[in-house]
Design a protein around this ligand. Structure first.
Ligand code: OXD
Ligand code: MN
Length: 585
């Protein structure tokens, strides 16, 4: 078989800078072995087999879920840990009130103590990865050092991992450095540290999701958001979806929602039968990197190659694409299993759990069978609505931004910002009821500007100014909307059906692209044919309560005041204008 000549170069010899750094981490952590990841199918098969043998993974029913495995995390390691996540800039002000801050020297000393000898008896894996298509100028690379083979498998699905990434690093000389160890999985010895000024990450004590897969939240959002500001682009917690109308025209929308508000569902939405001719293409479900293009538009890539999605609730009605996608070659974490070894989670319409997410015989008095934040990791290419443009080096042009949160009241179904500056205020005003994606109380409303509260790697005040600056550079900026799929009536019932019917709202946005900017749709502006909804519910969804909004503006003003003199004056002006308009209502 012909092999390209470069294949003969051993991975450690590709980049001196990477090698020297790996060597320094090896000396500190003292692993029993070092494994440089090629990213080949054979290598991943071998790693999987060794995890099955050690009992860290188990193969699921090979007939109904071929190629699928189950991993169980430590029961105290099931979500991101925001209170143990730090942004370590030289000046505390640069991290801002939105982040936990620690001085870089102090953080490094603490982590050096934890990392010392922590990999004794374990293998140190070197995981080179590229965030974004390997040949895109918009992509950026990193190397994660980890002692978790489970992390390696996840990174191989979630990123372009292996030799090609290391070759790109060797060519450009640039990479984000990430060191990760599961340590003893002790929540009292757990820290996720970010050093944006040095483009590096240190993570200790967790093997789970966003704490451990460093390409995702740590690199692609916290570090990248900082890098994006210095380089003039945006790194956002946004899905990217292409909508093709019956005329065959495709528009791309980027949408930001706080964790577990249905981003994955929206990204792979199935059009309702009463909207024939519409097609939906998924580019990404969690993160968007967007650069101003020469044509004055904003061009987006999805830096990820897979989905790390919440499993419970996924079924043929809520998200048929995801339901089909996770039936093969999927890594499940913390779901339950049935007697015939199929994965099971709350919201599935069939099957009975016999073993819960902790491996105990299922007993409803112990709580749900699958952990509410149980996850699937799967290649994006398995998604039936996968967009071939996900691989486009130039990305896709964004026509509209959508912000949203989970609010039982106040926010209407949809409204449009009047202009870019107002849109930045609308994004900054995002608030949502908390979910299980992060450790902490569930169901309380918290401010989550641009859905970036846990992910912005610097002071939000500077971040909003950066948004304003980017808008000023764009000749054809995306229009900005706010949605709320989660509005409830007085009895607590959802007013809007959600899921596929959300296309009705997105279609209004695209149709509105040539209409005067700003405001709410009239009920008759929405495509309601085939929609099962009471007229009064629709009226309620498309109207606002001025008294509630005056209260909301007051809360927003007090929230923003914590950013002091660094807050862009343009945001205060937009808030004043909104207040003025509400006085007239
Ligand atoms: C996620 C999150 O896992 O936002 O995507 O928490
Ligand atoms: Mn997310």
């Amino acid at each position: 078989m012909a092999t390209a000549p470069h294949e003969f170069i051993a991975l450690p010899r590709l980049s001196r800078a990477v090698y020297d750094w790996v060597e320094s981490v090896r000396q500190l952590t003292q692993p029993a072995a070092v494994h440089w990841c090629e990213g080949s199918t054979a290598e991943l098969r071998e790693i999987t087999a060794s995890l099955v043998q050690s009992g860290e993974l188990s193969a699921l029913n090979a007939q109904s879920f071929p190629g699928c495995h189950l991993a169980r995390s430590a029961p105290n390691d099931v979500a991101r840990v925001e209170h143990l996540t730090f942004v370590c800039t030289k000046s505390k002000e640069d991290a801002g009130p939105n982040n936990n801050w620690m001085a870089p020297d102090e953080a490094k000393a603490k982590l050096r103590g934890l990392f010392k000898d922590c990999m004794r008896g374990r293998t140190l894996y070197v995981v080179p990865y590229c965030m974004g298509p390997i040949d895109s100028p918009l992509s950026r690379c990193g190397v994660e050092i980890t002692d978790s083979a489970y992390v390696v498998l996840n990174m191989s699905i979630m990123t372009r991992m292996g030799r090609a990434a290391l070759e790109r690093i060797a060519r450009t000389g640039h990479f984000v450095k990430g060191v990760h160890s599961i340590g003893e999985l002790d929540p009292d010895r757990r820290f996720i540290m970010h050093y944006p000024e040095e483009l590096s990450i240190e993570s200790f004590g967790s093997g789970y999701g966003g704490n451990a897969l460093l390409g995702k939240k740590c690199h692609a959002l916290r570090i990248a958001s900082w890098q994006a500001r210095t380089e003039g682009w945006l790194a956002e917690h946004m899905l990217i979806v292409g909508l093709q109308n019956p005329k065959g025209e495709t528009h791309y929308i980027a949408a930001a929602f706080p964790s577990a508000c249905g981003k994955t569902n929206l990204a792979m939405l199935i059009p309702p039968e009463s909207m024939p001719g519409w097609k939906v293409f998924t580019v990404g479900d969690d993160i968007a990197w967007m650069h101003p293009g020469p044509d004055g538009r904003l061009w987006a890539i999805n830096p990820e190659a897979g989905y790390f999605g919440v499993v419970p609730g996924t079924n043929a009605e809520t998200n048929r694409n995801a339901y089909e996608m996770i039936r093969r070659d999927t890594l499940f974490t913390n779901v339950a299993v049935t007697a015939d070894n199929q994965p099971w989670w709350e919201g599935l319409k069939s099957g009975t759990p016999v073993t819960d997410w902790q491996g105990r015989p299922f007993d409803p008095s112990n709580g749900p069978a699958a952990h509410p934040n149980s996850r699937f990791t799967v290649s994006a290419r398995r998604n039936p609505s996968y967009s071939p443009h996900s691989e486009s080096p130039a990305g896709v042009p964004i026509s509209a931004f959508v912000f949203g949160g989970r609010r039982r009241e106040v926010a209407p179904l949809v409204y449009e910002a009047r202009d870019w500056a107002h849109g930045v205020l609308v994004g900054a005003s995002v608030a949502s009821e908390t979910t299980a994606a992060a450790t902490g109380k569930v169901g309380v409303v918290r401010r989550d500007p641009m859905a970036m509260k846990p992910f912005c790697g610097y002071n939000f005040a500077d971040y909003w100014q950066h948004w304003l600056d980017i808008g000023a550079k764009l000749k054809r900026p995306p229009r900005i909307f706010h949605v709320n799929w989660f509005r409830r009536d007085a009895q607590g019932k959802f007013l809007w059906p959600g899921f596929g019917d959300n296309l009705r709202v997105l279609a209004w946005m695209l149709g509105a692209v040539d209409a005067p900017i700003g405001g709410l749709p009239r009920p008759e502006d929405l495509h309601t044919q085939g929609l099962d909804i009471r007229p009064d519910a629709l009226r309620e969804l498309t109207s606002i309560d001025a008294a509630m909004w005056r209260n909301e503006v007051g809360e927003m003003r007090s929230y923003l005041s914590q950013y002091g003199a660094r807050l862009p004056a343009a945001l205060t002006r937009e808030l004043d204008k909104t207040e003025e308009r509400l006085k007239k209502d």
